[in-house]
Design a protein around this ligand. Structure first.
Ligand SMILES: NC(=O)c1ccc[n+]([C@@H]2O[C@H](COP(=O)([O-])OP(=O)(O)OC[C@H]3O[C@@H](n4cnc5c(N)ncnc54)[C@H](OP(=O)(O)O)[C@@H]3O)[C@@H](O)[C@H]2O)c1
Length: 223
């Protein structure tokens, strides 16, 4: 039986490249996008998902009813306050960032935990960022984005304990600074280096390392 991966935000950027790599490796691949009709993807299915919308999340969970998910990869994310000062940042934008980047990835993981627990690999992966690492903080700015990824890291750390009861592991990934719509054209690495690296790390990931905060190359990032 082939393994199955579900990737949120898999219609473009890092998520789309992850989908390509898993498809090439023979996996059954489901990706989500807000508007599936705009996505050209090698995935087996493109499912509609706007993580801000509870009905949309419920529809996704319904569409995946009975599907064993070896890896659920919560990758969708936003950087709404790129270049925005704290004075300019509105509470609404900060709250929306927390909803998309911190709260809903964990809620989606919780809702699909039975699907993951029913699989062989039993893994929850999350695309976070090194920008969520308090230990690595060296500059100012990006209050909403940075704090949203720190919050995601903590929520996944808590979820790690809960998921363990079902034999499910978790992994947090900094994908590198990647040339995508979000990362911009002068970022360090291309999507293939990022996705290929993370897929290799995920291939060696076991429950013994559950909760790890990995860089895309497998090195560990301090909290
Ligand atoms: N690029 C980097 O350098 C970098 C560095 C560190 C971490 N990351 C993280 O890596 C992940 C992917 O980033 P990327 O660089 O590939 O960014 P991207 O090219 O801007 O793509 C963002 C993805 O998130 C999805 N998304 C955004 N808002 C959504 C919503 N409300 N509901 C559902 N999906 C939504 C988008 O889906 P649609 O197609 O529907 O818009 C798209 O697939 C993010 O979590 C990001 O924080 C990126």
């Amino acid at each position: 039986m082939t393994s199955t991966i579900v990737i949120t935000g898999g219609g473009r950027g890092i998520g789309a490249e992850l989908a390509k790599h898993y498809k090439q490796a023979g996996w059954t691949v489901f990706v989500t996008a807000r508007d599936p009709s705009r996505v050209v993807s090698p995935a087996d299915r493109v499912l509609a998902l706007d993580v801000r919308d509870a009905d949309s999340v419920a529809s996704l969970v319904g569409a995946l009813d009975g599907v064993s998910i070896d890896i659920l990869w919560n990758n969708a994310g936003v950087y709404l306050d790129k270049g925005v000062s704290l004075a300019e940042l509105t509470p609404e934008v900060w709250a929306e960032t927390l909803l998309i980047n911190s709260i809903m990835p964990v809620k989606i993981a919780q809702a699909l935990l039975p699907n993951v627990a029913a699989s062989e690999k039993k893994a929850l992966a999350f695309t976070t960022s090194r920008m969520g690492s308090i230990a690595s903080l060296k500059s100012a700015g990006s209050y909403a984005y940075r704090s949203s990824k720190t919050a995601l890291n903590m929520a996944v750390a808590i979820l790690t304990n809960e998921a363990a009861e079902f034999g499910v592991s978790t992994a947090l990934f900094h994908p590198g600074w990647v040339r995508t719509d979000m990362g911009g054209p002068i970022a360090d690495i291309d999507v293939a280096t990022s996705a290929g690296g993370m897929k290799a790390v995920m291939g060696a990931h076991t429950i013994a390392r559950s909760g790890a905060y990995y860089n895309y190359d497998g090195s560990v990032i301090p909290w």
